[in-house]
Design a protein around this ligand. Sequence first.
Ligand SMILES: Nc1ncnc2c1ncn2[C@@H]1O[C@H](COP(=O)(O)OP(=O)(O)OP(=O)(O)O)[C@@H](O)[C@H]1O
Ligand SMILES: [Mg+2]
Length: 266
Amino acid sequence: MTTPLLKLSQISKSFSTNYALSNISLEVNPGEVLCLLGDNGAGKSTLIKVLSGVHKPTAGTIEVNGAPVVFDSPKDAGDFGIATVHQYGGTFPLMSVARCFFVGKEPTKGVWPFQYFDKKTAGEITVTEMQKLGITRVTDGNRLVGSLSGGERQSLAIARAVYFGAKVLILDEPTSALGVKQATHVLRLIMQARAQGIAVIFVTHNVMHAMAVGDQFAVLIHGKKADGFRKGERTREQITDLMAGGEAMAELEAELAELTGPVRLP
Ligand SMILES: Nc1ncnc2c1ncn2[C@@H]1O[C@H](COP(=O)(O)OP(=O)(O)OP(=O)(O)O)[C@@H](O)[C@H]1O
Ligand SMILES: [Mg+2]
């Protein structure tokens, strides 16, 4: 048995009296994609925030390479090689692409205290790193992040994580707002990161996207881990039914059949 890179044991998180997470245990290994599935409000983003040092768990432990850790801030999680691309925001529309890539890690010229942001080097590195991920239309580091497409912004965030040596890359719903082509691109990036030995945690509602890249899966329902399985152990229908609650799906089908029943094409 090898020690997992990241291990969560019995993690719970409450906001006042409401439990957003109860007793979640998970493990991730290098070069593996863990897909976190679940409906709206299931607790996916909350779990990601616990993992990335945004929230402290109410109970439970986090271990990195077998040693217990406490993240007091996102920077702490970052120091352990955990890079997170959050569901909302994370990039700054009015910042240049290069600034955003290096935010908090600016390359500097000169000697302290006369250092300044080395814009030219930052721009070159950013453009090169994005090109490595197949983004060839961004050729100027001075471009504003707000002018990038959703997929390009995701790529920027992923390129940044990979460049600064992330060991665990967490992506919260990276494909939800994207078209088919851009989503496929992000899925390809996930596979690239996996091939480099990075552990990826991929949060999504989309069972197809999850099945395309996942090695292992966890389904959250109302803050609890309803199921955990490895690739090939469940069918798409089984996963979809579980996420929606089997009964709810059957009811919906009956309702839809009623609605569509009377429609007759001439
Ligand atoms: N800061 C907070 N304070 C109070 N309640 C919160 C807070 N953050 C999340 N919650 C609650 O915790 C539950 C889980 O929310 P979370 O954002 O983790 O869901 P999710 O699975 O990411 O949903 P979605 O698929 O819509 O992104 C929700 O009921 C939410 O209202
Ligand atoms: Mg969420």
